[in-house]
Design a protein around this ligand. Sequence first.
Ligand code: 0O2
Length: 224
Amino acid sequence: LTFEKAKQLKQQLTEFMMMYKFALDEMETRISILQEEFELMHDYSPIEHVKTRLKSPESIFEKARRKNIPFHLHVLKNSIQDIAGIRITCSFLSDIYRLEEMLRKQSDMHVVTVKDYIKKPKENGYRSLHMIVKVPVYTSARKEEVFVEIQIRTIAMDFWASLEHKIFYKYNQNVPKQLISELTEAAHSAAALDEKMEHIHHEMSAVKQKQAAQPSESEQLQLN
Ligand code: 0O2
């Protein structure tokens, strides 16, 4: 490997990573527009918070090695679809699907796959809605469709997933049986909490609608 060749490879890797960073910037803007619009129209925010992460070149190559994917940038570009990741935490279950619908309606963004681990949780209890989308990124030289993985979940799902992730790494993937069953139990409790919160949310919305349909006290006095 000559110095010139090494310099060229480094430049190619920088350009490769740059497109994912721009794709995340693009997605963040789109999501914040949807959030602001929703807040103005419905008087509450369906999104609690948004977090983005860019896979490091090391973990991209590690994943490629694990999955037997050749180390060529043009192959990695099509085979590894979660280099750019965005995680959206919502308050309520229905907000997750509402957000999915809003994203699906964006005609210049292509939804590649959706994995619904809420309707069909993973065996360990993991729940989340995963979408792989292709978002257009324009640079001075070209337009590129870039893969982004969007994970949408509730606060309870996020709470569970972050603890499970920590435990998984702490025990270097050999989690004691007792802890696994406790985690699964906790996942069921989190799911039950989400159902309960959704129910209360619906009841609140019904009350709000009823109040909006009724004349206010001053309007009532004027009527009399
Ligand atoms: P990170 O650092 O969070 O991104 P693959 O991505 O190919 O390995 P697959 O089946 O295509 O696997 O992906 P899948 O099932 O859609 O899930 C990938 C991501 O979802 C993971 O990314 C996690 O972020 C999250 N996830 C999936 N299952 C679990 C789980 O059981 N527990 C927790 N805590 N998170 C999960 P990474 O790359 O593993 O890590």
